[in-house]
Design a protein around this ligand. Structure first.
Ligand SMILES: Nc1ncnc2c1ncn2[C@@H]1O[C@H](COP(=O)(O)OP(=O)(O)OP(=O)(O)O)[C@@H](O)[C@H]1O
Ligand SMILES: [Mg+2]
Length: 219
């Protein structure tokens, strides 16, 4: 589903440039749960942001179902195909949980009634009840917020979920729960799920683990 071919990425600053990725090759299949791990600064988040279509590689290419990202409408890709979940949840603080999950559908001009219905179903699927609908993020626990942000990522209907240390701020019970949800999405619903993690327990649950070091993939 996603193929990374000889990908390099250089952050070009005014006085210095940093080579964050060096000829990375790997691929990711639908229906699988992947972990990307490695020391701080090894290029994990950079790789994820390229997979998310936030920027293009400086060299090499990323293919989405055989099409090079460089030739794609990346705004559309980000809206409709790939969603990112962050460590800090990044929910909109002034919207309720339900409104947060409805938001991506509103961008796609889905009717309000349909969006609400789908959002309620997604909130149910990630294991939260009706009382969550009207809660604002500040009133929810970290684990609950992360589950809502997963529901929001699912709301756009894309089949790729990218997560940058999604359990980094959670205790181990919540971490287990989030990993279980992500694994289920891959194995039961056919999503491609890629999770950056420092946590060996999360790696253990993955179908495949990519290890990075100094911008390179180690196998
Ligand atoms: N916006 C930026 N501008 C310049 N250099 C950057 C930028 N973001 C990251 N880098 C550099 O690129 C390299 C890879 O960073 P990246 O954020 O991908 O690492 P990471 O593996 O996600 O680390 P961490 O585990 O700490 O999140 C590092 O040397 C970092 O300093
Ligand atoms: Mg990072």
């Amino acid at each position: 589903m996603l193929e990374v071919r000889d990908v390099g990425y250089i952050y070009q600053g005014k006085y210095q440039s940093i080579e964050a990725l060096k000829r990375v090759n790997c691929h990711f299949a639908a229906g699988k749960f992947y972990a990307v791990t490695g020391p701080s600064g090894s290029g994990k988040s950079t790789l994820l942001s390229l997979l998310a279509g936030l920027d293009l590689p400086t060299s090499g290419e990323i293919l989405v179902e055989g099409c090079t990202m460089a030739a794609m409408d990346r705004d559309k890709y980000r809206r409709e195909v790939a969603s990112v979940v962050y460590q800090s949840f990044n929910l909109f603080p002034l919207l309720t949980a339900l409104e947060n999950v409805m938001y991506p559908m509103e961008l796609l001009h889905v009717s309000k009634a349909t969006a609400a219905e789908t959002a309620k179903r997604l909130i149910g699927e990630i294991g939260l009840g009706e009382k969550t609908y009207q809660q604002f993020p500040v009133m929810m626990s970290g684990g609950e917020q992360q589950r809502v942000s997963i529901a929001r990522a699912l709301a756009a209907g894309g089949k790729i979920i990218l997560a940058d240390e999604p359990t980094g701020n959670l205790d181990s019970a919540n971490e287990e729960n989030i990993v279980k949800i992500m694994k289920n999405l891959a194995h039961e619903k056919g999503y491609l799920v890629i999770v950056i993690t420092h946590n060996p327990n999360v790696c253990e649950q993955a179908d495949a683990v990519y290890r990075m070091r100094d911008g390179e993939l180690r196998t």
